[in-house]
Design a protein around this ligand. Sequence first.
Ligand code: SME
Length: 137
Amino acid sequence: INTTLSRDEKLLAVCELLSNGIAYYNWVGFYFANHETQTLHLGPYVGAETDHTVIPFGKGICGQVAVSNANFVVPDVAAQDNYIACSFTVKSEIVVPLFVNGKNIGQIDIDSHVIDPFTEADERFLEFVNQEIAKLF
Ligand code: SME
């Protein structure tokens, strides 16, 4: 990725590459944590526009990852009670936290239009992507 791009442009390029390259990655975006207000804030993303630009810690899949510091794979969003629906076309979701110097500063969030597409290979791959992104901070 061209180093003359700003950090947000690089993050957007990552979103575009992932959503164009992997058929079941239908919405790809980043949320960043504000630890003072205990809220997540939508960063660069590719896919349908979302109303959920600010998410309180603990709320939805994203909010739970802000607190747990662990990957969250949801094979079927209809089976989740603490879930924030963005679109009825979304069937599954994966959220992987982004650590900078050991601190959970945000996450990559991916929605899919198919049920149960995410494997451990996606988790390992997205952990690697986030480790590379952490170097931008
Ligand atoms: N489904 C997420 C909300 C964010 S949208 O997927 C973009 C959640 O439950 O946290």
